[in-house]
Structure formats: structure tokens, C-alpha cells
Design a protein around this ligand. Sequence first.
Ligand code: ZN
Length: 362
Amino acid sequence: MSAVTVAGMSHRFLLRDPLGDVVTRDVVDGRWVPAEGKADTVVGEGLWALPGLVDAHAHLAVERLDYEPGDLEGAMRRARESLAAGVTLVLDKGWRDLTTIEVERHLPPEERPDIEAAGRIIAVDEGYFPGFAIEVGPGELGKVVATEAAAGLGWVKLIGDWPRKGRGPVANFDADDLRLAVEVAETSNARVAIHTMAREVPSLAVAAGVHSIEHGLFLTDEDIASLGARQGMWVPTIRRVKATITQLGPGSSGAKLLSEGLQNVSRLLPLAAEAGVRVLAGTDLVGSPAQVAREAIELGENGLGNREMVEAVSSAARAGTGRPRGFESGGWADAVLYPEDPVAEPEVLSHPAVVVRMGRML
Ligand SMILES: [Zn+2]
């Protein structure tokens, strides 16, 4: 009665974590238990194991950046495909509707990753794509943050800045607004994520205690130091920014600003790792969460060390959201097994040999 039984065979798992220890586990009722007695086979010999990949900036609701209403069938398919690719946690950074929350309700957890999600995205009038976000008026922010925290799954998403015609990106909120949003969200057991591509807004957001900086192209050295001191999260989404530069046209003022921001990101990535910032990989609609390994590799090519790159797509987001690192006795039996050590061979992150979700091998 020790190991998980598949087709009459009991399987034991040898989990060699490139970021941690080697542990041996059996599975009971979908959860890891200490290995005990005999097993017919051992899964994982010669392989490397992570507790699962994490997409820290997803929008499951849609297929690409089109600002359209969510499509539940497609969202459920993307959730299933993500799990098959080894993604066991998605941090969805909100949409115009609550499609992702519906996915979490409709699909049983053994068929999808764990999902944390913001409700509807919060901005101000003219502060985002027209008609997309909730546009808060003066004095309304606290109430709206409370409502969206209650509607979401652990997150609130603010648009920190957005380009205005002829003026470049402009801040949507001031320091007091951001502090209020953090306070209200924390009261509702939610974290705040902020979209920012402008110069002044990252510093306001870091000082206000915002939990996760999305894009954050113009974070400063001081911001990195204070974000690191509280182990805050930063999701640079390099592939998204590059896609937007292409879309804007390389000669445009917007593209020039974003390119300058990307250079700043490359400069900051090694400093951020050093300072204790939880640097995370996020797809942000450049591919589905199933492709998050590509963003991790991109982070590696832009200055993040190999080990930190693997952490960015696995353990760092788990730690940032208060989860155990994985493979603990009593936790869900989740694992993604690789034929090579992903720290030495990052490309292998896109090619898992075996995915285990709640004790079942997919
Ligand atoms: Zn996004």
C-alpha cells in the first residue's frame, strides 16, 4: 500500500531537484508521502525534477493581446495545455472580465494548473485601452480595489501608467492612491500587481509596497534595493516588450522609449537577483502559459544567471505567493521531470519528459 498504482504497478518517484535536494516519494491520495516498503518501479532515475513551472503574468481569458472579452472554452483549453507543458501555477494578471475565475471553477484542479488571478483590471479614464478596464473616478479606488479583490483569486491589477496622445506615458495614480490600494488589497488577502512602462511610476509603486511590478522597465537601482529588501516580485515580460516594440514600429517614439527600458532591464537583472528581488517569468500573451519556458530563457539571455533563470520560472513565484517549494510530504504530488539538468541546459525547460499532477502521470 505504499506507492501510487498505475495499471497494477506501484510507482515510486525519485525527485532530483537541480535547485534543492534529492528526495524519494510515494503517492497516496494524490499527495506525496515518504517512500516506504517496496515499489514495482521507480520513476525519475536519470531525470531532473522541478515541482512545476510557473507563469507569473498570464491572461488565460484570451489567445492573444486583442482586448476582446474572454473565451471560456479557449481558456480551459489553454489551462489544460499549460499543465501538459509542466506549468502547475499560473498567476493571471486580470482581464476585462472574470473568465479566468470561471476556469478555476469549471475545471477540476487535476486538469489544470493552480490559478491565482486578479479580477477586472483597474485604471482611470483614458488610462488604458478605451472601454477595457474599470475606470475609477476620484475617491473610488478603495471601494473598487475591495470589490475586485473579492471577485479575484488573490490579486488586484492596476494599470500604473499609459501613453496619452503627444505626451508619452502618464501616471494613472499617485503615491497615496497606491498606498491605499495596497492597504485595501492586503485587508482582503490579496496582492497588488501594477503595469508600468513609464519612468516615474516604478519608484512610486515600490515605495507604496506594491507586491509585484509588471514590466517595470524604468525601475531604478534604489527601487531594486528596496524591492529586494522585502523580497518583492518583478515580472519583466521581455518577450512582450519586444513584441510591442515591433508592433509600434522601431522608429516610433514609443518604441524608442521601450528599447531604452529593455536596456535598463538587462542592466538591472543581475542586480535584482543579487538584491533578493523575486524575478519571475511571465508570458503576457506572447504565446500561452505553456510557452513560459521561452521567457525564462529570454531572461537568461538578458543577464539573469542560469540558476536564477530556473528559479524565475519555478521556485521564486512559489515563494513569492507563500507556497512551499514543492516535494514536501503532505503536499500535492506535482512534478515536472526533465532528461537534462535545466540549470545546465535551459532549453530542456520546454521539453519535459514526464509531468505529474496530483500523483497522476500525464
Ligand atoms: Zn498583461
